[in-house]
Design a binder for this molecule. Structure first.
Ligand code: CUA
Length: 179
């Protein structure tokens, strides 16, 4: 019998399950459980997973903290938009703002040192994608994401917005230096 034809008996769900079908359901269920356990397990065993803490935040208050941070640690300015390059001491809280359509400021971090990165958006949803690594963080307005980071590679990294945010989405790029 093919599936194109209607079932000969209308109450098909009252029929006993075929052994093969039961087997496939069991396999799928076990696989679901493995994947579910991996979500938690990979957090501990996966090398690039970042644990983010998220808090509700008033954007204006966040901006105040971010501006104070930038004012204190700016070392120079870069790009046509005169974006400050901020170099903060080891272990400190570093701030970044995503908004239409840039990432502000540019961070300069040191390899092997740990920082607490704070991220938020001033307007819409943005996506923080650190290139060429595989680090992606959703940046949601009204929420502050705090991520403990220890750069393990030096170089210049790009930050690309990976959440469509309007006409300037493709121009929403930032930079992060690791010395
Ligand atoms: Cu911000 Cu796309």
């Amino acid at each position: 019998m093919t599936a194109i034809l209607p079932p000969s008996e209308r109450l098909w769900w009252k029929h006993p399950m075929d052994r093969q079908e039961t087997l496939w359901i069991a396999i799928a269920f076990v696989w679901c459980m493995i994947m579910f356990a991996m979500m938690v397990g990979w957090h501990f065993f996966g090398k690039q997973n970042l644990s983010t803490e998220t808090y509700k935040v008033d954007p204006a208050k966040y901006a105040e903290r971010a501006e104070a941070f930038v004012a204190k640690y700016t070392v120079r300015k870069e790009t046509d938009q005169e974006i400050p390059v901020v170099s903060a001491p080891e272990g400190s809280d570093v701030y970044m703002i995503g908004r239409l359509w840039n990432w502000w400021p540019i961070l300069e971090l040191e390899k092997g040192k740990t920082y607490k990165l704070h991220l938020t958006s001033m307007d819409y949803n943005h996506g923080f994608s650190l290139q060429p690594t595989n680090i992606n963080i959703q940046v949601v307005p009204g929420y502050e994401h705090v991520i403990k980071i220890t750069p393990n590679e030096s170089g210049t990294f790009s930050i690309v917005c990976n959440e469509y945010c309007g006409i300037g989405h493709h121009e929403m790029v930032g930079r992060l230096y690791v010395k």
